[in-house]
Design a protein around this ligand. Sequence first.
Ligand code: NAG
Length: 373
Amino acid sequence: MRFSTVLAAVAVYFLPAVVALSPSNCNTSNKARTGSDFVLEEQADNPHVKSLAKKLKRVTVAHVFDDGNHKMTSTSQGLRWEKTSSFNDVDTSKWVPQGITSTADALDAGTYEGKDGWIVSWHRNDDKSVRVTFVNRKTNKYRHALLVYPHAADNFKAVPIHAGGIMWYGNTLWVVDTKNGIRVFDLDNIWQVSDGDGVGKKSGGGYSAAGYKYVIPQIRWYKWTSSFPFRFSFISLDRTTSPDSLIVGEYQKSTSEPIRLVRFQLDYKTRKLVTSSGKKAKGTWAYCVGIERMQGAVSANGKFYISRSNGNNRGDIFGWVPGKTARKNGGIVPRGPEDLSYDKRNGGHIYTVTEHAGTRYIVDLKVSSIKTS
Ligand SMILES: *[C@@H]1O[C@H](CO)[C@@H](O)[C@H](O)[C@H]1NC(C)=O
């Protein structure tokens, strides 16, 4: 009698307190999760970037934007990649566009070193290398560059991941690394290399990057350290929060797996995640969104915009205000929409890239054309 009375008292004491919902199980009616359960740990800066910088020719972001060697074509669906008899980014199976960010993410002013443009990420079909594309909006000309990992004081190699979404913040370029977290690349160190098929130091001296003229080195990364898995599929910047923040989210075919969005805070002075002791960055918000085939999401002014792919059918964009049901804008983008990016200029725009061979575009949507809940 006495023992069970104690148990009952304990239960009464604890049950009304906040019941922490599992961050890794979305099968509850309350879809909000505790942001701080989602933890990324900042890893030390790569020491080889500095030594390599002394050996290689450095160029600016503006220089790369002005050195386009291919051109996009304006179509009713969006800007299409170059397709000629000798070069074809529209149909190639070797590279697939995945992520998009713009100079409007980089700096609040919307331009960077006087340039207005996008950076798009592509994964290689074997996921053993990543390239990014600088698209100059004034000329529609573009240039690919290779992301590299400096593994020695005098050498670098390709970045062997499936690159997903991408985000540009000041002089840093953030690329999601599906199971591991986020990699950050240094736009203050874009290096020009010479011709050659290899990646890194050439036997005869100098450097090459699989035929690409420029490389961008990884400066640091954020390691996923929570005990449960999270799938880093896409990333976007929100400059309308204080401080600035980013959201990362998960692609899943079906809700048999959790499909979540998480927000982390950014420090505009260091261009890093806000961390506490132990260099740990904890999420400040997390939510079980549960939209199957979610490929990208971006938030601005308290509203979320979410892309969904539908196989060979056109893609959807959801407009969502937390607390309400997301509203579907069915088929408003070509098939295969991916990552999203927001630009407050000219009344507000959302950008995406579409991935399927044959229908690869940069799509520019007016925010006013997307209905929200
Ligand atoms: C959530 O529900 C789905 C669908 O019923 C199921 O496949 C999945 O295993 C559940 N997840 C957990 C963690 O219980």
